[in-house]
Ligand binder design. Structure first.
Ligand SMILES: Cc1ncc(COP(=O)(O)O)c(C=O)c1O
Length: 557
């Protein structure tokens, strides 16, 4: 049969990633020929690295990388396709661009937890020998030239070879062939001459073998290398279409309420990190016991509204909970400013500021384990007010009572939010926007997330801050009520007073002033936003436009 141009499929992986099994799999096809690491001799020649088979390899394989690329990888052939198994580190700088530009590419990854012990049996592994950094470079370079490669994970190949190969073939735009699922045991003519050193176990295989049910203990001499490699593996793993997991199949990626938040930078501990890396330790007090305090702040027009008030409440909460090694107010302000500036967030943004008791030296409840100092988290997001403040919201009353100071004082703004979350679940089940929470005597306290105000015959009423959080928006609105020369009463309010009110609204940083048009099925007033609510909404808007702590570097346009 005459030779003609072939379509080259490049497989890129770290060593010990089932790449030889995959080469055997492709070699079973009737339309493909395979090349085992054609750039290996060039790699040994240029790097001078030693291998037991170095001299033999250099004498028998073409060792000029460009010649290999032009005359072997892209040479004409008798089959339609040519599969090239490549180990990422063999892609040395200076090789012809054609290697990346021509043909189809895909990336095979494997968890370093599995690679490292396997590698260790043949050659002592090193970060360089693993080549994971080079694999990330290859991914990025291909993406930059508009050829983002499919990424498959060896774990998937083992778990469900057929589905993984079908999906890979589909991405490579070649038909799947079921012959790819089986091959004969033993050495093959296509093997590189290094096979006796590296392919002992794959020679015993006749297909992709099911993974062991339980892994082997990890050799802790390789712990540092694992720590360096895992982030790179995880970075590539994000591009795998189908991810296997011990748990039930992962849910599809959900849409974000504000898509722009997909790429944001958050402050965690003492550094600014990307959204996916914004994580706290499993030893952190917030994980161990919800042992953390928080604030929600809003950014308007280059300024942080009520910053000092929020920081005061944060420090009071931390003190009430006897936190130690708390950062200073100035340090926290700096972290907030830096996070906002890095994100370019100067308006229409919300900051979820958390201060946890910090990482513990061992899991457990006691603050005596907290020897690292507090963990600061500044999570800033693009976030317009979360409620419909134009047409109003609907509330139901929850059966879950708001915490009493007998149990957990609501003046501490802590992250142990289960009391509120249980009420919110009742609200969600009733398809309401939020749920009203009563105190232990059945009087109004607040909603699961906001403070509450009631207007009856011109008087503005709000509950004492005994069971509710002393909200900063609540305090601001109470001031505005007085400034607007309305009558303000802070007193016990019963639920029937809410049901029969002329107007009701809620307050909170996240949602500002939100008119309530229905409570427990009762229409409030005439079911529309009332005049007092409108007046206070306007006064609040004016205040947010005018006051606040300026964010350094913000220049008004
Ligand atoms: C339970 C609860 N009530 C009320 C509020 C409103 O407080 P602020 O006005 O300080 O945002 C919040 C906000 O954190 C809250 O969690």
């Amino acid at each position: 049969m005459a030779e003609s141009e072939v379509e080259v499929i490049h497989s890129w992986s770290a060593p010990r990633s089932l790449s030889t099994s995959l080469m055997y799999s492709f070699s079973q096809r009737d339309d493909i020929e395979v090349l085992d690491e054609p750039l290996y001799a060039n790699f040994l020649r240029v790097t001078g690295l030693d291998r037991p088979y170095r001299e033999e390899l250099l004498s028998k394989m073409e060792a000029d990388g460009d010649k290999v690329t032009n005359d072997i990888i892209f040479a004409p052939g008798k089959k339609k396709y040519r599969f090239c198994k490549h180990i990422s580190k063999q892609r040395l700088q200076g090789l012809t661009d054609d290697l990346m530009k021509k043909g189809k590419h895909f990336i095979l990854i494997r968890n370093p937890l599995d690679i490292l012990p396997s590698f260790d049996k043949v050659v002592p592994p090193s970060f360089y020998e693993l080549g994971l950094a080079e694999l990330v470079c290859i991914y990025n370079e291909l993406r930059e030239i508009g050829k983002a490669p499919p990424v498959i994970d060896a774990a998937e190949l083992q778990q469900d070879p057929e589905a993984t190969l079908r999906s890979l073939c589909n991405d490579l735009e070649i038909p799947f062939q079921s012959a790819m699922l089986k091959w004969e045991a033993g050495p093959k003519p296509i093997d590189g001459l290094w096979a006796p050193w590296w392919y002992k176990s794959v020679h015993k295989s006749t297909g992709f073998e099911k993974p062991r049910k339980y892994p082997q203990p990890f050799p802790f001499s390789l712990y540092d290398l694992l720590e360096q490699s895992l982030p790179l593996y995880n970075m590539l793993r994000r591009h795998v279409k189908k991810k296997s997991s011990l748990l039930s199949p992962p849910l599809p990626n959900p849409d974000l309420p504000v898509p722009a938040n997909e790429k944001l930078l958050a402050w965690v501990g003492d550094e600014i990190v990307t959204r996916d890396s914004a994580k706290v330790s499993v030893f952190d007090s917030v994980v161990q016991g919800g042992d953390s305090v928080w604030e929600g702040l809003r950014v308007y027009n280059g300024k942080i509204f009520k910053l000092e008030e929020h920081l005061d409440r944060l420090f009071d909460s931390a003190k009430a909970l006897a936190f130690e090694n708390v950062p200073t107010q100035d340090e926290i302000k700096e972290a907030i400013f830096r996070t906002l500036i890095r994100n370019g967030m100067f308006d229409n943004s919300h900051i979820r500021l958390s201060l946890t008791r910090g990482k513990k030296v061992s899991s457990g409840m006691s603050p005596a384990f907290n020897l690292y100092g507090c963990t600061l988290i500044v999570l800033a997001e693009w976030k317009p007010p979360v409620y419909d403040n134009t047409r109003g919201i609907v509330l139901v009353t929850a059966t879950t009572r708001r915490n009493s100071p007998n149990n957990l004082d609501s003046k501490i703004h802590h992250n142990n939010l289960l009391n509120n979350i249980l009420a919110k679940i009742e609200g969600n089940n009733a398809k309401a926007d939020d749920a009203i929470m009563l105190d232990q005597d059945g009087y109004l306290s607040e909603t699961n997330a906001t403070n509450i105000f009631v207007v009856k015959k011109g008087r503005v009423l709000t509950p004492h801050a005994d069971y509710c959080l002393p909200g900063i928006t609540r305090a601001t609105v109470m001031d505005l009520v007085v400034k607007e020369q309305l009558i303000l009463e802070e007193r016990r309010i019963s639920l029937s007073e809410v049901h029969t009110a002329d107007e009701v609204w809620t307050t909170g940083t996240m949602g500002e002033l939100s008119p309530v048009v229905k409570v427990d099925g009762r229409i409030i007033g005439n079911g529309e936003v009332g005049p007092v609510t409108r007046r206070l909404q306007a006064a609040y808007k004016k205040l947010t436009e005018q006051s606040g702590v300026p964010i350094p570097t913000y220049l008004k346009t």
